[in-house]
Design a protein around this ligand. Structure first.
Ligand code: ATP
Ligand code: MG
Length: 584
């Protein structure tokens, strides 16, 4: 069926919407693909819905290709299973909660691990039933703190979530790698530029969790990579390259630590200035100082406890890395009232010795290896200690990956420097293991007749987000540009000639293209050619056929929206020529 612009429910906008910041958001609204309803809530108009459905189809095909079976859960979910896993509490403000007329609690599902697990447990009972891979393409709800950039971060959005169930770890690994490949295939089909980054620190086993990040300046995720080795990781997952520790006998021989009156030096900058005026015999930089950051931390249901983190003074504590390192605990920086409560904490002069002497849990950056000597607080106002040696003068309770990662830092594999870039998370694959099957005691009978606990993987793709991601990566100053695989139409025929014969010729051309199975958008409106060309550029169908002035000379024009190339095609045989070009 030909779609006629004279009938299509579409109004394009000349100007950018006032509250839109990123290009994809502006363009999807201007081109009439989506319309805002409330923060993070959007209506899909005909063109947007066509793109969404094509993306959905690609995702579905690749999931089916690895043996996925599609099911569909409700979005409205009862509380009980989420209580079993404690997520009813853990989600906090992140989910929409509601009550039915009888006062029973529900939530709008942000993800469905609980229900997949319960369903499998309810239906299957033998090892013979596995491996099992199920997925859904479903509407999710999250009360995001900052719904942003239109459909990129919605409060209602469409996700493909799949879950693998296996009786052993090898099965889980197989399912994980099948997903990895399925994701590579689907994103390739959508012509997305992306990187796969490790999402957990190597300590947890390397590939147990990876994220697919679409490369984009406007992305909220920062990742780093090492060109030399191909290492790539989410900033939260970067493991610090650790310098070699000094052997114990050498540590003992280092010059003794000395306490100095440093005057009013509560900041790293003032301390460094003092150190360079104190005649220590060498140039001192912030990296020679050890900064101690005080937090309070609470595991769910527990009490607040003090935690001190020691990082080289030239680095900030990165909030995302800190959050990931402490998860699932809540944390906050100490405020003035907290400082007042602990008189041994001399703000600006806090040192490892005072912390440890007062029983404060003390974690240090991995660079603070045995034998490193530091300028740090001496636990008295106006005093610092010089040459305080890790492993000799203090022994921390452990290390923490919380310091910022910087361009130029050594890659954990030692191969070269790290470079950072930004990305948008489009997919996530995760070897969950037995977290949920433990919670619900999801066992089946094993080959030996004994019960085995199932192991799970969970895998997500942001289906609706992909519409914005593709728009973001492919647009130009004129408008959207869709890769053929997801374009709302295969070809956009523009009638740019008032002549009745030209019009009739264009109609016939559109009919013939349609008959060949191509999806045709026909601009049959009475608008001026200029308006129509602008709209065609804005809408972004990859191929535009212009039936214009050339018709009298027996030619139509074929334009490529990506390259801007234009080519005259003989009107006679234009259909075959165009179809061949589109197919190539
Ligand atoms: P993000 O860090 O972007 O919030 P997430 O870690 O919360 O993502 P998952 O829970 O792994 O994401 O969800 C799977 C996929 O769903 C993500 O990779 C992303 O593509 C998509 N997604 C997550 N939240 C949203 C949202 N608010 N709007 C649109 N898509 C989303
Ligand atoms: Mg999220």
């Amino acid at each position: 069926m030909i779609t006629r612009m004279s009938e299509l429910f579409l109004r394009t906008l000349r100007d950018d919407p006032a509250d839109a910041e990123v290009p994809s958001h502006k363009l999807l609204i201007r081109a009439g693909y989506v319309r805002p309803v409330a923060p993070g809530l959007y209506t899909w108009l005909p063109l947007g819905l066509r793109v969404l459905r094509k993306i959905e189809k690609i995702v579905r095909e690749e999931m089916v290709a690895i043996g996925g079976q599609e099911i569909l859960f409700p979005a409205l979910l009862p509380k009980a299973p989420y209580e079993t896993t404690n997520r009813w509490t853990e989600y906090g403000d992140g989910v929409f909660r509601l009550k039915d007329r009888r006062g029973n609690d529900y939530m709008l599902g942000p993800t469905h691990e609980e229900f997949f697990t319960l369903t499998v447990k309810g239906e299957y009972s033998s090892y013979k039933d596995f491996p099992l891979l199920m997925f859904q393409i479903q509407t999710k709800y999250r009360d995001e703190a900052r719904p942003r950039a239109g459909i990129l971060r919605g409060r209602e959005f469409i996700m493909k979530d799949s879950y693998s169930f296996d009786v052993d770890d090898d099965g889980l690994k197989t399912a994980y790698h099948a997903h990895r490949e399925a994701y590579q295939n689907m994103f390739k089909r959508m012509a997305i530029r992306y990187v796969i980054v490790s999402a957990v620190s190597g300590a947890m086993g390397g590939s147990a969790s990876e994220e697919f990040l679409a490369e984009s300046e406007i992305g909220e995720d920062t990742f780093v990579r090492c060109v030399e080795s191909g290492y790539a990781a989410n900033v939260e997952a970067v493991v610090t390259a650790v310098p070699e520790a000094m052997p114990a006998e050498k540590v003992a021989g280092l010059p003794p630590a000395q306490v100095h009156d440093t005057g009013d030096t509560p900041t790293i900058a003032t301390l460094v200035e003092w150190a360079n005026s104190a005649g220590l015999g060498r140039e001192i930089t912030a990296a020679d100082t050890l900064k101690n950051v005080l937090l309070k931390v609470r595991v769910p249901g527990g009490d607040w406890e003090l935690l001190a983190i020691g990082v080289p003074g030239d680095r900030e504590v990165d909030d995302k890395r800190l959050g990931a390192a402490l998860e699932p605990a809540e944390y906050a920086l100490l405020d003035d009232a907290d400082f007042a409560r602990y008189s041994f904490l001399k703000k600006g002069y806090i040192g490892p010795k005072g912390l440890l002497a007062n029983g404060v849990r003390y974690l240090v950056d991995p660079r603070v290896v045995d034998g490193t000597a530091w300028i740090t607080g001496a636990d008295e106002t106006g005093k610092h200690v010089v040459g305080l040696v890790a492993g000799r003068d203090f022994v921390a309770d452990g290390t923490i990956e919380a310091a910022e990662v910087r361009d130029g830092d050594l890659s954990p594999d030692g191969a070269g420097p790290l470079v950072s870039a930004r990305g948008i998370e489009i997919g996530h694959i995760f070897q969950l293991g037995r977290k949920y099957t433990d919670a619900f005691a999801a066992d089946v009978l094993g080959e030996d007749g004994k019960p085995v606990r199932l192991t799970m993987g969970s895998y997500g793709v942001g289906v609706s987000r992909l519409v914005a991601v593709i728009a973001e990566q492919q647009h130009d100053e004129l408008g959207l540009r869709w890769p053929a695989s997801v374009s709302p139409f295969d070809v956009h025929v523009v009638i740019a000639n008032k002549d009745a014969q030209a019009r009739a010729g264009a109609e016939e051309l559109a009919r013939d293209l349609d008959r060949l199975g191509l999806e045709v958008l026909l601009d049959d409106r009475t608008a001026s050619p200029g308006v129509k060309f602008k709209d065609a550029e804005l809408l972004g169908v990859p191929w535009i056929v212009v039936v214009g002035r050339g018709w009298a000379d027996g030619v139509v024009e074929l334009r490529n929206r990506f390259t801007g190339e234009k080519r005259e095609v003989a009107a006679d045989g234009a259909v075959a020529d165009i179809a061949a070009t589109l197919a190539s």
